[in-house]
Design a protein around this ligand. Structure first.
Ligand SMILES: CC(C)(COP(=O)(O)OP(=O)(O)OC[C@H]1O[C@@H](n2cnc3c(N)ncnc32)[C@H](O)[C@@H]1OP(=O)(O)O)[C@@H](O)C(=O)NCCC(=O)NCCS
Length: 174
């Protein structure tokens, strides 16, 4: 808070997130595999990070089949993906998708680490997997974009992402 020359107080506020620093390295039991996750693997991760509203709300077999079909469509759009596998349980504990035309632009989507596994450099390893693939396959000058939330800049800055101007719209169709 600052007091300006007329005696008014100006208060600046920003997001403060309470999180502990991530552990130094990824757990030795976790492996990053270059593949798109399966429908159930993806949905389980969505639910664990709070993005799986449709998955949680689907109850009847028809609703479940519709959600599965939607997830299949999302996954089919990926040109590359990475999955973090816990070799002890055999579970997928994280994933990330890469979309794009394979020539001029790429889009990083659905970077998720299961809530019980966050803060252990698994997200970083997933992004490293996508970055390595882009390093081998993307043309010089191709644009790589992503949308993220306030506060996650440090995570993506590790991979050379910088803030840019963007416009976006959420469709409100029924
Ligand atoms: C964001 C997410 C993928 C990060 O994965 P993670 O494995 O927990 O992160 P890492 O351990 O690899 O973090 C490495 C660095 O990234 C940054 N970082 C990670 N999570 C962060 C957070 N919640 N807020 C701010 N910075 C964060 C930190 O700089 C961290 O290093 P530090 O702790 O030494 O400062 C994971 O928390 C997640 O799945 N969140 C929910 C879904 C989500 O928001 N995904 C991103 C969509 S754009």
């Amino acid at each position: 808070m600052v007091r300006e020359i007329n005696g008014h107080y100006l208060c600046f506020a920003g997001l403060i997130e309470e999180r502990e620093k991530s552990l130094g390295s990824m757990p030795p039991t976790v492996r990053i595999v270059g593949r798109v996750p399966g429908v159930k693997e993806f949905q389980r991760l969505q639910v664990s990070v709070g993005w799986g509203k449709e998955v949680v709300e689907a109850k009847s077999p028809t609703e479940l089949a519709a959600v599965d079909a939607m997830t299949e469509k999302v996954l089919a759009a990926a040109i590359f993906g990475v999955v973090a596998m816990d070799t002890v349980s055999g579970d997928a504990v994280g994933c990330a998708l890469l979309l794009g035309d394979g020539v001029s632009y790429y889009y990083v989507k659905d970077v998720m680490v299961h809530k019980n596994w966050q803060g252990r450099r698994i997200g970083t390893a997933l992004m490293q997997g996508l970055t390595d693939w882009l390093g081998k396959n993307a043309r010089k000058g191709a644009l790589v974009g992503l949308f993220t939330r306030d506060g996650l800049e440090p995570f993506y800055k590790q991979f050379g992402f910088a803030n840019g101007f963007a416009m976006l719209r959420y469709m409100d169709n029924k």
